[in-house]
Design a protein around this ligand. Structure first.
Ligand SMILES: Cc1cc2nc3c(=O)[nH]c(=O)nc-3n(C[C@H](O)[C@H](O)[C@H](O)COP(=O)(O)OP(=O)(O)OC[C@H]3O[C@@H](n4cnc5c(N)ncnc54)[C@H](O)[C@@H]3O)c2cc1C
Length: 93
C-alpha cells in the first residue's frame, strides 16, 4: 500500500533541539541543526505545508480491540485549507 504523507509545520525549519547547546557554543552552524523542511523532504514523496494547525477534528471510532480500520478526520489550517486524513492500522488482519 502506498501512503500519501503530508507534513504541516508552522515553521520553515525543522529544529533538532538536543543540539541547541552546540549551536550556542559555536560547534555547529544553524543549518546543521535547523535545516529547511523543503530541503529535508526534497527527495521523497512527503508534501510539506508551512501553515499553522488551528483545529484537529478526528472522527475515529474505537472498537473492542482498539481503533477500527477506516479511521480519519480533518485538520483545519490557519490559511483556511482543510486537509482530510485517514490512517491505517497495520495490526488489522
Ligand atoms: C535544549 C534542549 C535539549 C534537549 N535534549 C534532549 C536530549 O538529549 N534527548 C532527548 O531525548 N530529548 C531532548 N530534548 C527534548 C526533545 O528535543 C523533545 O522531546 C522533542 O523535540 C519533542 O519532539 P516533538 O516532535 O514532540 O516536538 P518539537 O520538536 O517541539 O516539534 C514540534 C513542531 O511542531 C510545530 N508546531 C507547534 N505547534 C504547531 C501548530 N499549531 N501548527 C503547526 N505546527 C506547529 C513546531 O513548529 C515544531 O516544529 C531537548 C530539548 C531541548 C529544548
Amino acid at each position: 500500500m502506498h501512503a500519501m504523507v503530508v507534513l504541516v509545520d508552522q515553521s520553515e525549519h525543522f529544529v533538532f533541539k538536543p543540539m541547541l547547546y552546540e549551536l550556542l557554543s559555536g560547534e555547529v552552524d544553524a543549518w546543521e541543526i535547523a535545516p529547511r523542511f523543503s530541503d529535508l523532504l526534497a527527495n521523497n514523496d512527503v508534501q510539506f505545508f508551512q501553515d499553522r494547525v488551528k483545529l484537529l477534528h478526528p472522527s475515529d471510532h474505537w472498537g473492542m480491540n482498539g481503533p477500527a480500520s477506516g479511521c480519519g478526520g480533518f485538520v483545519h489550517l490557519e490559511s483556511g485549507l482543510l486537509i482530510e486524513y485517514d490512517w491505517y492500522n497495520s495490526c488489522d488482519p
